[in-house]
Design a protein around this ligand. Structure first.
Ligand code: ASP
Length: 450
């Protein structure tokens, strides 16, 4: 570098000037490596390199090994060949937007990672709370049937649907990692607490919760009653594990984010999104063991439809919920025990007596037909009600109303009718209601209002 620039110039192209001998016996100009002329190419190469680094797409998160391995060599090599003018064109890949080369199945990501969301503040900010379920499930058996729910983290799921980044800015939190058959009051409380904290944040527009489908209707209805908010709250699950052929999780998750991000979703209570449908948490029920169209809202129908992120609402929900609910925000302290007893031909009184002996403060009968039960069971329920245990008559049919005083004299027995609530939802409302009152008339009023 100590040599003058003129020396480099002078030497270049001159066999008589001092220079290094190349292997072929020719002379390389000194300035190329060591003279002043060295500065220009070095600066140029450095500048090129910096421009490339600035333009190269960074890894979106720890899991993005595919992009990491392919992008940098391409970003560096192509512009060197084609020139800076073409850099923009050659560094874009179709799957940047489409995600077609990603899989919905990479376990082991950090649970608290935002999964590659970027930071444009033009999009609504949503909190995504994860609890596990089949949407996060990984197949375990060779034939593809067996699987473990909740095997993937929420970061895995979000990273697998990069299109979500266009809808909302997400922050994610892994609240639990269970199959929803293991959902219980402790997790409900934790979930409600985390959701309420997010909803109370003025910077958060809504909450999405990933959840197993088995008990989603119970969690959804519980949150519908205990969250104090008008912001959108959306539960989403899947019937096929994340590793399955034609997994339904990615589209369901995308649609759930779209629903939560939409201002028109506000004030509708907690919603459930699956299979291109939007359901009110109060109405929805799981009706099929394995099929993707499992969710139905048998009495009042769908809240709306969603197709690839585009929403179509049919109408508002009719019963009290969320911001207007007397159970919101959720009070501290445990809820009373409520058991469900399934009625059938030939049913005796034993299971009802057993529930009362076990300490149930309420019993919901999944009655035959219009909330009916055999005489022996009816006698046990009447005795329980006299002893101060709340008895709610619901139906195992999956649809319709259980009204008061049709074939059973509810007034005389001191029973409550569940109206449209199926047994599992009647249990949720009864638990919350019993935390406030044991009086049958007051409890019946809750079933009329909620
Ligand atoms: N057992 C699973 C669960 O509820 C089923 C599902 O998610 O679809 O977690």
């Amino acid at each position: 570098m100590g040599r003058g620039r003129s020396a480099g110039k002078r030497i270049a192209g001159s066999g008589a000037s001092p220079g290094r001998r190349d292997n072929a016996g020719g002379t390389l100009p000194v300035g190329f490596l060591a003279g002043d002329g060295f500065i220009f190419p070095v600066v140029l190469v450095l500048l090129l390199f910096l421009v490339l680094l600035a333009r190269a797409k960074p890894r979106e998160n720890e899991n993005d090994k595919e992009n990491e391995n392919e992008y940098f060599p391409e970003a560096i090599m192509r512009p060197l060949q084609l020139g800076l003018n073409r850099l923009r064109a050659v560094t874009k890949k179709p799957w940047d937007a489409g995600g077609g080369r990603r899989k919905f199945c990479r376990p082991g990501a950090p649970a608290d990672d935002a999964g590659g969301m970027n930071n444009s503040n033009l999009r609504p900010r949503l909190r995504l709370l994860a609890t596990g379920g089949t949407i996060a499930g990984a197949q375990t058996s060779g034939d593809g049937r067996g699987y473990t729910a909740g095997a993937f983290s929420i970061a895995d799921l979000v990273a697998a649907v990069p299109q979500i980044a266009a809808l909302a800015e997400l922050t994610v939190e892994q609240v639990a990692r269970i199959g929803s058959q293991d959902m219980n009051e402790a997790v409900w409380r934790q979930l409600a607490g985390r959701a309420q904290a997010a909803l109370d944040d003025p910077g958060i527009a809504g909450v999405v919760i990933t959840h197993g489908t088995d008990t989603m209707e119970e969690t959804g209805y519980f949150l519908n009653l205990v969250l104090k908010t008008a912001k959108p709250v959306v539960l989403v699950g899947a019937m096929r594990p994340a590793t399955a052929i034609s997994a339904d999780g990615p589209m369901n998750l995308y649609n759930a984010v779209a629903v939560a991000a939409a201002p028109e979703s506000a004030g509708r209570g907690v919603l459930v999104v699956a299979n291109d449908e939007i359901h009110f948490a109060r109405e929805v029920a799981k009706t099929n063991t394995t099929q993707v169209g499992t969710f139905k809202s048998p009495n009042r129908g769908l809240a709306g439809l969603i197709h690839s992120g585009r929403l179509h609402y049919f109408g508002p929900t009719v019963r009290r919920h969320t911001a207007a609910s007397e159970f919101a925000p959720l009070a501290a302290g445990g809820l009373p025990r409520v058991d469900i007893v399934y009625a059938h031909a030939g049913m005796g009184r034993e299971l009802i007596d057993a529930a009362v002996s076990a300490g149930a403060r309420g019993v919901v009968i999944a009655g035959v037909g219009d909330g009916n039960m055999p005489a022996a069971a009816l006698a046990a329920c009447t005795a329980a009600a006299r002893a101060g245990v709340a008895v709610v008559r619901s139906s195992r049919t999956g649809g319709g109303l259980v009204e008061r005083n049709i074939e059973v004299d509810d007034d005389a027995a001191g029973f409550v009718s569940a109206e449209e609530l199926n047994p599992q939802k009647a249990r949720v409302l009864l638990m919350l209601g019993l935390a406030r009152t044991r009086e049958a008339g007051a409890l019946q009023e809750l079933f009329r209002v909620y």
